[in-house]
Ligand binder design. Structure first.
Ligand SMILES: Cc1cc2nc3c(=O)[nH]c(=O)nc-3n(C[C@H](O)[C@H](O)[C@H](O)COP(=O)(O)OP(=O)(O)OC[C@H]3O[C@@H](n4cnc5c(N)ncnc54)[C@H](O)[C@@H]3O)c2cc1C
Length: 466
């Protein structure tokens, strides 16, 4: 039997970052991954989706220039070769996953390709596939076992994945574009992909059980996205549940009044959420405490069993790559003897829709629920020169701060390119900035960042450009 100090199950952003940091700190580390390293994020999540969104945006922009453009640009009718688009996206994925593999090698991590099956809290067997016979593989013992097995898309019982019913994974590698697509679920993954497909010329219909799109964000933030959906010609069926497929393969839906109808679409993208990957590798034998379907962890990512740790999506919400990475780095440092706790001031979240949404820290509603006496102020991009020159003056930046000492509690923004503001938002929260700090910072002109400064000034009662 092979031995290790740290054995990591899963090479996604949580697992591979933990492995690199652990190896840097001199911990003998083995990482087991069944697919390519990089996990959901690099292979079938964050990176491929952002590549497809960019390609769709470029195509859409050109298509607009076919007729008339206020910029005075006219171009011929654009054509998209989706097979080449997919190959370009795959090239980015390969560069990134290849880069991660090199980093792991360089830092001295032993990567074992195969399916890990837990024997006990200190022993794992590596087999060739989830279907392989137990007892047929390599056994590795460990001092520390780190669960980083991620998550998987949730299927609808009435409509399992297969043929025209696809998950985000298939939607990110289209061999051909359908003429029409229904997207079930108006969360961030469904909305990002639904908008991208629409921009590529597909007739898109969104079906959502709740009464509004992007229910995780407040209505002020989702309103510009709703307006953009309408402008793009996306059909919306809100407060509608999905019943399944009829004999002709059409999607059966039911509205809030109970009226049933069908949607004749070529493809159905089910994006109703993701669940922690906890089955199929013997995890249940450890009898860990669970938090719903996620592994329960404390603020050091320890599970209920000594020496067994969990990070990233398998440990529940928020299921975001940067959270997984931060937890992975922390666990490696704790194992090496450092004192660390996972208590970030905020975990920012970005929705790469058109326009984009970014949130970091508390919204006005969340501050109120938390019983904090807070002030908030917004600055619209319609008064920001840079936004105008980018033709994206819809949206705003909003700040939330304590009324008594002006400590900033949260930032939100919606608008073109606002994802890049997340660093400034999170840094100001992490560094304990007050409104005066941001208002007194010189922001480059012209930039979207000026809207951050103006929002802080407005909260203090002296915005200059509104
Ligand atoms: C379409 C889409 C878009 C997304 N966009 C964003 C975004 O823009 N920003 C963001 O922050 N997040 C985004 N996410 C979420 C992000 O991908 C995840 O939060 C992140 O990948 C979680 O990292 P992880 O390390 O916990 O798990 P994962 O990335 O899921 O990695 C887990 C790995 O474990 C392996 N594994 C599992 N079980 C075993 C086993 N028994 N043996 C061997 N290997 C095993 C899997 O093969 C996988 O490679 C997106 C997700 C999707 C689906």
């Amino acid at each position: 039997m092979q031995t290790s100090q740290l054995l990591i199950l899963g090479g996604g952003p949580g697992g591979y970052v933990a492995a690199i940091r652990a190896a840097q700190l001199g911990i003998q580390t083995v990482l087991v991954e069944n697919e390519n390293v990089g996990g959901t994020c690099l292979n079938v999540g964050c990176i491929p989706s952002k590549a497809l969104i960019h390609a769709a945006e470029e195509f859409h922009k050109l298509a607009r220039y076919d007729t008339e453009s206020p910029l005075g640009i006219q171009a011929g009718s654009p054509i998209v070769d989706i097979v080449r688009t997919t190959a370009w996206k795959d090239g980015i994925v390969e560069r990134l996953t290849g880069g991660v593999a090199s980093l792991l090698k360089k830092s001295g991590v032993q990567v074992v390709k195969g399916w890990a099956r837990i024997v006990d809290g200190k022993t794992v067997e590596i087999v060739s596939s989830p279907a392989a016979q137990p007892g047929s593989g390599l056994r590795i013992s460990c001092e520390h076992l780190l669960l980083a097995t991620g998550s998987e898309p949730v299927a609808l019982p009435s409509m399992p994945f297969g043929s025209q019913v696809i998950s985000s994974t298939q939607a990110l590698s289209p061999g051909a574009l359908p003429t029409s697509m229904a997207v079930v679920g108006a969360g961030y993954i469904g909305m990002e992909l639904g908008m991208a497909y629409r921009k590529l010329g597909v007739e898109v219909t969104i079906v959502e059980a709740q009464e509004r799109i992007l229910p995780a964000y407040d209505t002020e933030l989702s309103k510009p996205v709703l307006a953009s959906l309408k402008k793009l010609g996306v059909s919306l069926h809100l407060s509608c549940s999905v019943l399944g497929l009829d004999d002709a393969g059409h999607l059966r839906i039911k509205d809030a009044q109970g009226a049933e109808s069908t949607l004749a679409v070529e493809q159905i993208l089910v994006a109703v959420g993701r669940r922690p990957r906890i089955a199929g590798f013997g995890l249940e034998s450890l009898l860990l405490d669970m938090n719903g379907s996620a592994v329960r962890i404390d603020d050091q990512c320890r599970t209920s069993m000594r020496g067994v740790w969990a990070i990233g999506d398998v440990a529940g919400e928020p299921m975001l790559a940067h959270r997984a990475m931060a937890q992975g780095e922390m666990v490696a440092e704790i194992i090496s003897g450092k004192h660390r706790r996972f208590v970030p001031a905020s975990i920012p979240a970005v929705c790469f829709t058109d326009p984009e949404i970014v949130v970091s820290g508390l919204s006005p509603g969340e501050a109120e629920t938390a019983g904090v006496d807070a002030i908030s102020a917004s600055f619209p991009f319609s008064a920001n020169g840079r936004a105008m020159t980018l033709e994206s003056s819809d949206g705003f930046v909003r700040v939330v701060a304590r009324r008594d000492n002006h400590l900033i509690l949260g930032w939100q923004a919606v608008g073109g390119g606002v994802s890049e503001l997340s660093a400034a938002f999170s840094q100001s929260l992490e560094m304990g900035a007050r409104l005066e700090d941001v208002a007194g910072t010189i922001h480059a002109h012209p930039s979207l960042g000026e809207a951050i400064q103006e929002a802080a000034m407005r909260a203090l009662g002296h915005a200059l450009h509104i």
